[in-house]
Design a protein. Structure first.
Length: 120
């Protein structure tokens, strides 16, 4: 039974990945819901990748930029920073230039959600 469940999960993941969208560098407009589940916000994220593969995820605009780092693996991006506590976000490309994800801050209740859209 366990083997059947693992096989089903693997097939489902493969099917989802088959049409995966790419994640590219650029400036993304952010529409989000705070981790209280009700407060909405808008912001900007700059995702950049250096020639040696270092991924940066910088939230906000100067002079109020919160620097972070990230990892891109196919259609998934994970990002981390320090914002009062350790912040961690996980995003998936749902369409070309669109990322949807959730985030959490260490020591705070609730999970926030965001949609990032690449500026054209």
């Amino acid at each position: 039974m366990k083997l059947l469940i693992l096989f089903s999960v693997g097939v489902h993941f493969f099917a989802l990945s088959a049409g995966a969208q790419s994640i590219g560098p650029g400036i993304y407009d952010v529409d989000g819901i705070e981790n209280d589940g009700t407060s909405q916000y808008q912001d900007v994220v700059n995702i950049s990748v250096s020639p040696d593969g270092v991924c940066k995820f910088d939230l906000g605009t100067a002079p109020d930029v919160i620097p972070g780092f990230c990892l891109i693996d196919g259609d998934v991006l994970s990002a981390s920073s320090v914002v009062g506590g350790h912040w961690f976000g996980l995003y998936r490309a749902t369409a070309e230039g669109v990322l949807q994800g959730t985030w959490r801050i260490e020591g705070e209740a609730g999970i926030g959600s965001e949609t990032l859209k690449l500026r054209k």
